[in-house]
Design a protein around this ligand. Structure first.
Ligand code: NAD
Length: 341
C-alpha cells in the first residue's frame, strides 16, 4: 500500500547524484530520519531503502512518544565518494530538505556522522545530532545504551518477576559504541556477562568487566537469561532461533529479524523478543533532544526510562491479544498515529 506523504527524487545540482528524500508521515509532527550515503547496485534500490526505512521511523518515533513522524534521506552511490564530492552531496541534501520547509529533519545514518550534519546544516536548519561543539546533541550512543538498559529491565521484570539485572546472565553480541556501554552498565548492576565481538581488541573490555569472552555464534546460542544483539541486523533467522537457549532476546541492533515471520518462530519457542525499534529508541530520543526539542537532561532521562514502560505495555498487550510483541508494537504505533489523525 502506498502510504508516504511526500517523496522527492532529485539529481543533486552540485554532486550529480540521486538524492532521495522520503517523508512517510507527519501525523505526529515533523518527520525525522537519518541521511544514508551508501553504494547501491541501482539507485532504485536506494529509493526502496528510503521508503522502507522512513516508514519504520514513523513507528519508532510513535512508540518513543516523540512528537515526530518518519522520514529518510538516501544518496544512492555507484562507488564510494571522495571528500569533495561528499561535501557536494551533503550540500544537495541540505538544499532539498530546506525546500521542504521544515516538514522533515535529518541526522546521521550509515555513511554520515555528526560532522556531516554541520555541512548539511550550512543549507538548512532542519538537521539534528550535530557535534556538541557545534551546539548539537553529539554522539547518540550513550542515550541508546541507557534506553537499552531500561528495556532490559522491563524484559527481566516480565520474564523473571524482577527488573534487576543483578544475578541474571546476559550475552552481549557486539561491544561497539552501544554494546560496550550496555555491557558496562549491566556489569555495574551485578549481572553475569558473556560478551562477543569480531574485533579481538574488544577482549580488553571483557577482561575489565570480568565478562566471559565467547565467539558470536557461541554467544547467540548460549544458555543465558537474555541475549542482547548489539552488532549487525539479521541475526534472528529460522536456524538461529532453533538454536537459541535463552529466555529472551532484546538489544539495540537494528533489523534483528531476517523476516517478520521469524517473530512467530520466537513466540512458538516461548522466547520473549523485544522489538528492536522500541529497544533502540534512545538513539533518536537523545539525538533530537537538544536541537529539535530543547529538552532538559531530566526530560531526556524520563523519556529514556519510558522505553521500559512502553515495552511493558507491549508485552501485556501481546499476552492479552495472543499475538507477538512485534505485532503488538505495530498495533500500538498504528493506534497512536490514528489518534493523531
Ligand atoms: N549508535 C546508536 O546510537 C544506535 C542507535 C540505534 C540503533 N543502533 C544500532 O545498534 C547496533 C550497534 O551500533 P553501534 O553504534 O554500537 O555500532 P558500532 O559500529 O560502534 O559497534 C558494532 C560492534 O559490533 C561488532 N561486530 C560486527 N559484526 C559482529 C558480529 N557478527 N558479531 C559480533 N560483533 C560484531 C563490531 O566489531 C563493533 O565493535 C547497530 O545495529 C546500530 O544500527 C545504534
Amino acid at each position: 500500500m502506498f502510504s508516504h506523504e511526500r517523496i522527492i527524487i532529485r539529481r543533486g545540482p552540485e554532486s550529480g547524484l540521486p538524492i532521495v528524500v522520503a517523508v512517510h508521515s507527519t501525523a505526529l509532527g515533523q518527520a525525522l530520519g537519518g541521511c544514508r550515503l551508501a553504494v547501491y547496485r541501482d539507485w532504485r534500490d536506494g529509493l526502496a531503502d528510503a521508503l522502507r526505512l522512513s516508514a519504520a521511523m514513523t513507528d519508532k518515533c510513535a512508540l518513543a512518544g516523540l512528537p515526530n513522524g518518519g522520514g529518510k534521506t538516501v544518496v544512492a552511490l555507484d562507488a564510494p565518494l571522495d571528500d569533495s564530492r561528499k561535501q557536494a552531496a551533503l550540500h544537495d541534501v541540505g538544499t532539498v530538505i530546506e525546500e521542504l520547509g521544515g516538514i522533515y529533519a535529518t541526522g546521521p545514518d550509515v555513511g554520515t556522522g555528526p560532522d556531516d550534519m554541520v555541512t548539511i546544516g550550512s543549507r538548512t536548519r532542519h538537521v539534528f545530532c550535530r557535534p556538541v561543539a557545534a551546539g548539537g546533541s553529539g554522539d547518540s550512543s550513550p542515550g541508546t545504551a541507557t534506553g537499552t538498559v531500561a528495556a532490559l529491565r522491563a524484559v527481566c521484570a516480565d520474564r523473571f518477576g524482577s527488573p534487576e539485572p543483578a544475578g541474571r546472565s546476559f550475552a552481549v553480541l557486539g561491544l561497539g559504541r552501544v554494546g560496550g556501554r550496555v555491557a558496562r552498565l549491566l556489569a555495574e548492576a551485578g549481572a553475569k556477562l558473556l560478551v562477543a565481538d569480531v574485533d579481538r581488541s574488544k577482549h580488553a573490555l571483557a577482561d575489565e568487566l570480568g565478562a566471559t569472552w565467547v565467539t558470536p555464534d557461541e554467544g547467540l546460542s548460549a544458555a543465558v537469561d537474555v541475549v542482547v544483539p548489539a552488532a549487525l541486523g539479521g541475526v534472528l533467522t529460522p536456524d538461529s532461533v532453533a538454536a537459541l537457549r535463552c529466555s529472551a532476546v532484546a538489544g539495540p541492533a537494528n533489523n534483528q529479524l531476517d523476516s517478520p515471520a521469524t517473530a512467530d518462530l520466537l513466540q512458538a519457542r516461548g522466547i520473549l523478543w523485544a522489538p528492536d525499534y522500541v529497544v533502540s529508541a534512545g538513539g533518536v530520543v537523545s539525538a533530537t533532544a537538544v536541537e529539535l526539542h530543547h529538552e532538559t537532561p531530566e526530560q531526556v532521562t524520563a523519556r529514556l526510562d519510558g522505553i521500559g514502560n512502553t515495552l511493558t505495555n507491549v508485552f501485556a498487550a501481546a499476552r492479552r491479544d495472543n499475538i507477538t510483541p512485534s505485532a503488538a508494537a505495530a498495533a500500538e504505533a498504528a493506534r497512536r498515529l490514528s489518534k493523531a489523525g
